[in-house]
Design a protein around this ligand. Structure first.
Ligand code: C2E
Ligand code: MG
Ligand code: MG
Ligand code: MG
Length: 291
């Protein structure tokens, strides 16, 4: 690896990004095999509202390589995208997530699940129809599935992307716009994409409590989203102060380590059951003393 720092001082690993190094090809072959062998897992991270209600879960893919150990999703997703393996990975993720949703429903846990899809998927012919068929096969209503997309879907063929997303929406699948505020964010995209939820990128949320500018960006994003009738979720909420700021700014729901990290399926089941109908409550010690 060659570690570089970007403008914000965050380390960025770049060596495998754009070349077909043997290492990268090796990893691609291993990923293909891992999918066939069902060695790739999904973990689930809750999205909770400020009243504690669990609004849904986000499925996040996890791969533990037999020799290299945990490979970060950002890294192998980039490989899958540039190699043509992405549709296969997405099918795998959708199949696994819907199987889990069906299982939870049969156990009385009616929680919607969000699946991340890449721009590649949205441009795959027949994608909307295949999602609909998969829902039907699992006996899961479309409203129990959400797809998280990014603005990158509009870069290649905006019209086709818009058609696919319209097809999915017509079927009842909800769309969420992930990582909002990074890269290509524009108001035109917001108008063009049939999304019902907007997720504020972690980079703005992380320093919300200490950086006034980030606070203003979040405030404007929340107001903009609400004026367009969208729900706003903040990602990467790690502490109480940030939670309180987001609540005061009118954000609808949060996701982050303060609430829970992504958990394996069994742990997620236990987490959901332990909260029951009360939802998630902040630990007592963290609550401000009653006046
Ligand atoms: P994302 O969809 O924006 O997911 C949020 C990422 O933030 C996840 O990283 C999650 O584990 C992490 N996170 C959540 N809460 C916190 C927090 O409080 N603090 C910090 N520092 N991080 C937090 P992860 O799981 O490594 O996934 C990275 C990205 O990989 C995702 O970003 C998504 O773009 C992509 N990804 C993950 N699973 C899938 C998948 O099944 N399909 C596709 N196409 N992409 C996926
Ligand atoms: Mg996401
Ligand atoms: Mg995100
Ligand atoms: Mg992200």
């Amino acid at each position: 690896y060659q570690a570089k720092r970007d403008r914000t001082g965050v380390e960025v690993y770049e060596s495998k990004r754009d070349s077909n190094t043997p290492d990268r090809l090796g990893l691609l072959g291993d990923l293909r095999r891992a999918l066939d062998a069902h060695e790739v897992q999904l973990h689930y991270q809750p999205k909770v509202r400020f009243d504690g209600h669990v609004a849904g879960l986000e499925a996040l893919v996890r791969w533990v390589h037999p020799e290299r150990g945990r490979v970060p999703p950002d890294e192998f997703i980039a490989i899958a995208e540039s190699s043509g393996l992405m549709p296969h990975l997405t099918e795998y993720v959708l199949e696994t997530a819907l199987g889990q949703v069906a299982k939870w429903r049969s156990e009385g846990l009616f929680v919607p699940v969000a699946v991340n899809v890449s721009p590649r998927d949205v441009h795959t012919p027949g994608f909307a129809g295949s999602v609909a068929a998969r829902l039907a096969r699992h006996g899961v209503p479309a409203g129990a599935l959400q797809l998280e997309i990014t603005e990158h879907v509009l870069l290649e063929d905006p019209q086709r992307a818009a058609d696919t997303l319209a097809g999915l929406t017509a079927h009842g699948v909800k769309m969420s716009l992930d990582d909002f505020g990074t890269g290509y964010s524009s108001l035109v995209h917001l108008r063009r994409l049939p999304v019902s939820e907007l997720k504020i990128d972690r980079s703005f949320v992380a320093r919300l409590a200490v950086d006034a500018e980030d606070g203003e960006i979040v405030r404007c994003t929340v107001d903009l989203a609400h004026s367009l009738g969208l729900l706003v979720v903040a990602e990467g909420v790690e502490d109480d102060e940030t939670w309180e700021r987001l609540r005061d700014l009118g954000c609808d729901a949060v996701q982050g380590w303060l609430v829970a990290a992504a958990m394996p399926p069994e742990e997620t089941t236990a987490w959901l059951r332990a909260r029951g109908s009360r939802g998630w409550q902040r630990p007592r010690a963290a609550l401000p003393a009653a006046a």
